[in-house]
Write a protein that binds this ligand. Structure first.
Ligand code: NAD
Ligand code: PRE
Length: 301
């Protein structure tokens, strides 16, 4: 995995943020704090959300699709950031495609990369060259502009996933933009990205949602929730995350997630057998291995 050396900080006059929620909002707040961006225009689905985004300073002004103001914002943006759920990529790119100027850079924050590339390419055609795909490995289990934090990306990893049509200078600009938020920037291929994050991000979310519903649907669920401690809290924290976002991620990275889920279920089944036959030696070895891997990984971070 390539690490980006620190790039000169860019100056952005006008940034158009499509999807002013946790991730996009944290980016614009961080860029404003760093003095990188002068004017942020936000575009979203709901007037209530956009009013909140303006009130909180996540964006300076809100515009709405199919209005002259929206078209003007696309035409005059130096950078367009796509920060809505990944399932919206094609529709949003179709909206902006006719108005994107040759000097405008497009980037995204989506949790999947191959689907975003394919959907964007279908809508943008040759303008895909202007789209540098990115993904911050940072987040929270709360959503919307009120959840945005200016320091969300400090010391966090950001993956940039260049494709064959990108220009090096544009990739460097997007890397510099993320570095200005305090993040450490790495490069990954689209395919490697989706395989890796299926295992270490998408699978844990699927498991957290499943465990939450398993307990909710079981006998004594009220008592179980009332008595649960830190273990359950840690494991299920991410089950409070945006349902729409995670529905889209599961559909967009279906094959890789299914492969990871199958692998996980094999491990869970193996452990089930050990518990059922009280195979204490093998169980101890299994737990020792997982525990030492977790301890070593915790030290690396
Ligand atoms: N939440 C995380 O932990 C996390 C981490 C890294 C990346 N991401 C990615 O970031 C993106 C945004 O996630 P978030 O957590 O900020 O969610 P969010 O719900 O906080 O924000 C998304 C915003 O997009 C808006 N939106 C939805 N469809 C739209 C459309 N067609 N046009 C304009 N706006 C639209 C929503 O109204 C919402 O305000 C997703 O693609 C997600 O995969 C999320
Ligand atoms: O901290 C959290 O709440 C997260 O789930 C962040 C998290 C993850 O680590 O899986 C979630 C989705 C992403 O696309 C990137 C980061």
């Amino acid at each position: 995995m390539k690490t980006y050396i620190t790039q000169p900080t860019p100056k952005i006059n006008s940034l158009l943020l499509i999807g002013a929620g946790l991730i996009g909002g944290s980016l614009t707040l961080a860029l404003k704090h760093a003095g990188v961006v002068r004017h942020v225009i936000g575009s979203g689905r709901s007037a209530t959300v956009m009013d909140e985004a303006v009130r909180l300073g996540v964006v300076d002004v809100a515009v709405y699709r199919d209005t002259p103001e929206f078209i003007h914002a696309v035409k005059t943006a130096d950078v367009i950031v796509l920060a809505m759920p990944v399932g919206q990529t094609r529709a949003v790119c179709e909206l902006i495609a006719p108005h994107i100027q040759p000097d405008t850079l497009i980037t995204d924050v989506g949790s999947t990369k191959t689907s975003v590339y394919n959907d964007a390419h279908a809508a943008l055609g040759d303008k895909i060259a202007q789209f540098v795909l990115a993904h911050p490995i940072a987040g929270r289990e709360v959503n919307g502009p009120a959840a945005a934090l200016a320091d969300l990306y400090v010391n966090k990893k950001v993956m940039i996933c260049p494709h064959a049509h990108n220009h090096t200078a544009d990739i460097d600009t997007i890397a510099a933009l993320w570095q200005a938020t305090g993040a450490n920037v790495y490069e990954l291929s689209l395919a490697a990205h989706d395989e890796i994050f299926a295992a270490v991000s998408h699978l844990p979310h699927v498991l957290a949602y499943a465990l939450m519903n398993h307990v909710a649907d079981s006998d004594l669920s009220t008592d179980k929730f009332a008595m649960a401690g830190a273990g359950f809290r840690d494991f299920t924290r991410i089950a409070a995350a945006s349902p729409e976002m995670w529905r889209d991620v599961c559909l967009a990275n279906k094959d890789a997630i299914l492969a990871e889920l199958d692998g996980y279920l094999k491990h869970a089944q193996e452990l089930r057998e050990m518990i059922a036959v009280e195979n204490s030696d093998e169980m101890l070895e299994l737990f020792k291995k997982a525990s030492s891997k977790r301890l070593a990984w915790g030290k690396e971070k």
